[in-house]
Design a protein around this ligand. Structure first.
Ligand code: NAD
Length: 462
């Protein structure tokens, strides 16, 4: 028996898993449809919560959270039966008569911890994978997006099977107590520092886990690029959610011959999306709290501001800002910015840009704008990251058939589509042997002639 100090829902979830109900295809499908119903029927409540937490617009909410989630649910519903099918594998002649296969088994009771920047998406996308794989789930939404956390807790309790899916709200104290418990899998999204704590808590129980972390995602713009298109796309991806996106371009490396043109075009793009005063734009979100506004303001202290630069901690506002004259040793280049500040660094030749990228820890994504195929190949093969997107940004995370996750310090493990189903399940082998013939060759004593026959048989037919 596991101990469940202070979390009575855990005992209930364990009993539900034990009953086998969550393994049933029908149950999985009904729960996936219920998540979808929650998203559709509670759209207004969800929109209000995200607006209160991050001043997220309805369009951004649709594009980056609900639409993706509904697509992920449809994809899982369409493929689930196939994913659940056992896989037959061949058995060598020497071991016949026998059959062998493996099937994906749900882990049991899993813990999902979300981050505040996409507070709905980062709880519900792993939930879709965990349900598809047949698990019971405890979700711990981020306390830094309290309105969304409350909507998730109330909504899921109304729509989903409460005996199998529970939401625990609260801050660091609650997380620490939760992590004392033994889960069968932990799926964590957030910062590298907390990721280490989660991993060491998981180690105590030998609990397998996925860490979805962040990092400094570079965007390289070479001399063979359409600068106007590159600028529009970079500005869109960077200032979405006011730069608080794990996949946002953290800094731009541009060929020195195109730097001035890129800076001008990005400034124009900012004005065309958010107007001359982004603070009054309904499309421009806010920073999660005043602490992060002050952190971002201090990062700008020693830098040259090309455009933007204003902040207001009462309103949690930081303007979309482009910084130039930045070097790889500037404070802005030391850790993930995670806000609407975009440093631009000029390079002379591609090797120099790749060296800057390699001097940082592995990012979640690398972006490249170049129409030169050799440059594309060189950047992809000469770097490491969770994903790559060429001539655009963020879209490597969109197709449900592509894995989404990091490498090295941007995390490990992945999800989305089948990859999520596999993350929340393990392959269990079954070997089914016929009782006859029961040849004596396999049994000791292995001596002389018998052993030499066994060797030959296994060499030819094993
Ligand atoms: P956060 O503060 O919301 O924390 C994430 C989770 O960790 C929350 O559930 C929180 O309750 C919990 N937590 C916080 N402090 C803790 C502690 N001391 N011990 C145990 N649990 C604790 O989010 P954050 O960490 O500020 O997230 C921002 C980071 O997350 C950035 O680095 C960003 O790049 C990364 N991120 C990664 C992804 C991804 O998919 N890879 C997505 C979003 C954010």
């Amino acid at each position: 028996m596991e101990k469940d100090q202070g979390f009575p829902e855990l005992a209930l979830l364990r009993a539900t898993f034990q009953s086998g109900v969550t393994r049933d295809l029908k149950w999985r499908r009904s729960q996936l449809r219920a998540v979808d119903a929650f998203l559709v029927e509670c759209e207004g409540e969800i929109a209000a919560a995200l607006h209160d937490d991050l001043r997220k617009s309805a369009a951004e909410l649709f594009l980056t959270e609900t639409n993706y989630l509904r697509g992920e649910i449809r994809y899982a519903l369409k493929h689930l039966k196939l994913w659940m099918k056992p896989h037959r594998v061949s058995v060598a002649l020497a071991y016949q008569p026998a059959k062998a296969w493996y099937s994906r088994e749900p882990y049991g009771v899993v813990l999902i911890m979300g981050a505040w920047n996409y507070p709905l998406h980062l709880c519900l996308a792993p939930l879709v994978s965990a349900i598809a794989a047949g698990n019971c789930v405890i979700i711990k939404p981020s306390e830094l997006a309290p309105h969304t956390s409350a909507v998730i807790a109330a909504g899921l309790a109304r729509y989903l099977d409460r005996k199998a899916i529970a939401v625990v709200e609260g801050g660091v104290k609650v997380v620490k107590a939760l992590l004392e418990e033994r889960f069968n899998y932990i799926f964590y999204t957030g910062s590298e520092a907390v990721g280490r704590e989660v991993m060491s808590a998981a180690a105590k129980h030998l609990t397998p886990l996925t860490l979805e972390l962040g990092g400094k995602c570079p965007c390289i713009v070479d001399e063979h690029s359409d600068i106007r298109v590159a600028a529009r796309r970079i500005v869109w991806a960077k200032f979405l959610n006011a730069g608080q996106t794990c996949l946002a371009p953290d800094y731009v490396l541009v060929h020195e011959t195109r730097e001035a043109e890129l800076l001008r075009s990005m400034e124009e793009a900012i004005v065309s999306y958010y107007g001359d005063e982004p603070r009054t734009s309904p499309e421009y979100p806010r920073i999660v709290n005043a602490f992060h506004v002050r952190r971002l303001a201090s990062l700008m202290e020693d830098a040259s501001i090309w455009s933007g630069g204003s902040t207001n901690s009462d309103d949690c506002y930081v303007a979309p800002t482009i910084l130039c004259g930045v070097t790889p040793t500037s404070p802005l280049m030391q850790s993930e910015i995670f806000g609407p500040l975009l440093p631009v660094i000029a390079y002379k030749e591609l090797g120099e840009a790749l060296n800057i990228v390699a001097s940082k820890k592995e990012p979640l994504a690398i972006y490249l704008f170049s129409s030169d195929r050799l440059v594309q190949e060189r950047v992809v093969s000469g770097s490491r990251s969770g994903g790559v997107c060429i001539n655009d940004l963020l879209f490597q995370a969109v197709p449900h058939g592509l894995p989404f996750g990091g490498v090295g310090s941007s995390g490990f493990g992945c999800y989305h589509g089948r990859f999520g189903f596999e993350t929340f399940s393990w392959p269990r082998s079954v070997f089914h042997k016929g009782l006859h013939p029961d040849t004596t060759l396999r049994y000791p004593p292995y001596s002389g002639k018998t052993f030499s026959v066994v060797r030959r048989l296994l060499h030819w037919f094993g």
